[in-house]
Design a protein around this ligand. Sequence first.
Ligand SMILES: Cc1ncc(COP(=O)(O)O)c(C=O)c1O
Length: 458
Amino acid sequence: MDVKKVILTDDEMPRQWYNILADIKMNPPLGPDGKPISPEALAPVFPMNLIEQEVSTERWIDIPEPVLDVLRLWRPAPLIRATGLEKALDTPARIYYKYEGASPPGSHKPNTAVPQAYYNKEFGIKKMTTETGAGQWGSALSFACAQFGIECKVFMVRVSFDQKPYRKAMMQAWGGNCIASPSMETRAGRAALEKDPNTPGSLGIAISEAVEAAVTDETGQTRYGLGSVLNHVMLHQTIIGLEAKKQLEKIGEYPDIIIGCAGGGSNFAGIAFPYVLDKINGKQVEIYPVEPAACPTLTKAPFVYDHGDTAKYTPLLPMHSLGHAFVPPPFHAGGLRYHGMAPTVSQLADEGLITPKSVTQLDAYNAGILTTRTEGIIPAPETNHALAQVVAEAKQAKEEGKEKVILFNWSGHGLLDLGAYEKHLAGELKNYELSDEDMIESEKVFADFPKPQSLKSR
Ligand SMILES: Cc1ncc(COP(=O)(O)O)c(C=O)c1O
């Protein structure tokens, strides 16, 4: 009988994260004066123990025991072979996925929310602020803060706040406080509402609000947490790929193709980075981050220095960016609506170590429905984007008659995204593509910023 799933025991769970900064060259983040920013300058925003992790170039970093204790609730996560999908596609490819939907909030996000809450608690912080797009990250941080007895405040992008009311209830159940962004509570929120009272909001605006709320808090015991993009977030997610590697090794498999959807880049980084290390060391493997055609950061936008948020509170980060003021169309995958991309993922794309792809909303939801019917689990809309690429690769393997091994990250379940599925099944979803004129306009904001150098890690 073919293997259906590979389970690791608690003892086999990785005890260290893989830090890709040990193996690639990066342009530094820049401060307002255009000079590399010092770690101290970030101290009002993040606790120093996380800042140290952000800049560390040590290849392996120990996972603290109290973090492992919470992760053990649902980790090690299973590696499952998508035999139903393979059969439906009549493909010679063997398709495996890491299932991250079994965490309490239903996605990969707690892999970093738990260590972030832990390090904040260790540093004496009492409250964390954050933004959320799809609601997955806000739920994850609310859950994690509850585990370590910290308060949590979440600014949720308006369009998702309206589309997904139960995400707010979920955050509240863990003791989190969730409000729609833009809000009247911050200067950044008020400015966005003044510009457009009906704005659907954006992750860029919500990040500005959450950063502002943290740094203006008078107690001095509030810090901000980010669910993607930053180096330490990518680091924490590598537990996904490290587990997957062990699991595939157990059954004598090595992937030809690795696929993850990419919003800010964290679940993709999680599954891919341990394999990027292999690739740097000479292994043959294709690695595809997949993004929506309606927010084509890696596939169309240039590699530049830009702010991570709309109000320009964050340092300038070297990344692929559609411009910090970009408000994406209201397509249904809230977690993939970010204007930028993790600097590490951007750097790898720039070097050709990974190959970005984009898919349309309808292709994504069609792949999600096919997978739901054949695999039984309803994927998060973000995961559907990875699935559209998986389906395309499996079909190509059939055309070529090749037994390819495809590994992808199933970043979350879609049980709180059924409103979008309902619309799709009623034929009400449509595709959005950005015109060249829209992109030229949105990219004007970084025209005067310094340009990152083209670096080669190999
Ligand atoms: C289920 C799921 N997958 C993917 C993402 C995209 O984020 P990232 O690219 O950081 O993994 C999100 C973000 O909210 C998400 O909720």
